[in-house]
Design a protein around this ligand. Structure first.
Ligand code: AP5
Length: 215
């Protein structure tokens, strides 16, 4: 299955992506993660990404499309993929439709995880991740074990000030992607409020797959 996970910053896309990729055996392609990896490695593209991402602005479409095109061409995507955080503009969505069609592929379903802005602030400012494993925690909703707590880090764009800009970008640009997929009959809306397992059940239910525990 070729899937897209849409939703505001902190809606829980990354958290739910884990369950989907485990259930379906497909790779997660998070443009945010790819962008942060390029920044960490200080590649020429990474240096260009840095000023956008740290300020909460979207990276220009052409640059993001290039990294997605490169990632989708890798063999592990042949049996399906989950795009997380892409597309985020109408231009990215139209480019993706064309690029997949040229390769004889198409998107099967788009899941939109919906959460009120009021909830997002709490989720974003409490998020911490483990630089050793990449595991994401929340100081209140998904607290880390004591032995890893000291090494956890906070993303530079997870401050209240940068979040305001990220939410503005989301409402102005990414919201236009929703009617695009609605018109194509591909969109499923998921209520993102509630606990992680509750949302997981809705997400997997929308895909018609059973929840497998463990792993
Ligand atoms: P990106 O990394 O994609 O960030 P985002 O969309 O803002 O999403 P997040 O990763 O912040 O949130 P999430 O929905 O994955 O939430 P999570 O599951 O972690 O993008 C970062 C930047 O890269 C952008 O600003 C832009 O500059 C650039 N970029 C990326 N893609 C781009 C594109 N296509 N075009 C242009 N630029 C692009 O959950 C958040 C927290 O809440 C966690 O702590 C989690 O534990 C907790 N949580 C999750 N679910 C629940 C729940 N149900 N109950 C309680 N807590 C929960």
């Amino acid at each position: 299955m070729n899937l897209i996970l849409l939703g505001a910053p902190g809606a829980g896309k990354g958290t739910q992506a884990e369950a989907i990729t485990r259930a379906l055996g497909i790779p997660q392609i998070s443009t945010g993660d790819l962008i942060r990896a390029a920044i960490r490695e200080q590649t020429p593209l990474g240096r260009e990404f840095q000023s956008y991402a740290n300020a909460g602005a979207l990276v220009p479409d052409g640059l993001v499309n290039r990294i997605v095109e490169d990632r989708l061409s890798q063999p592990d995507c042949n049996g399906g993929f989950l795009l997380d955080g892409f597309p985020r503009t109408l231009a990215q969505a139209e480019w993706l439709t064309g690029a997949l069609a040229a390769a004889g592929r198409r998107i099967d379903r788009v899941l939109l995880v919906e959460v009120d802005d009021a909830v997002i602030l709490e989720r974003i400012t409490g998020r911490r991740s483990d630089p050793e494993t990449g595991r994401v925690y929340h100081v209140t909703f998904d607290p880390p074990p004591a032995d890893v707590a000291a090494r956890l880090v906070q993303r530079p764009d997870d401050t209240e000030a940068v979040l305001t800009k990220r939410l503005r970008e989301y409402h102005e640009k990414t919201n236009q992607v929703v009617p695009y997929y609605e018109r194509l009959g591909l969109l499923s809306r998921i209520d993102g409020l509630g606990s992680v397992p509750e949302v997981r059940q809705r997400v997997l239910g929308a895909l018609g797959v059973e929840h497998r525990t463990g792993g």
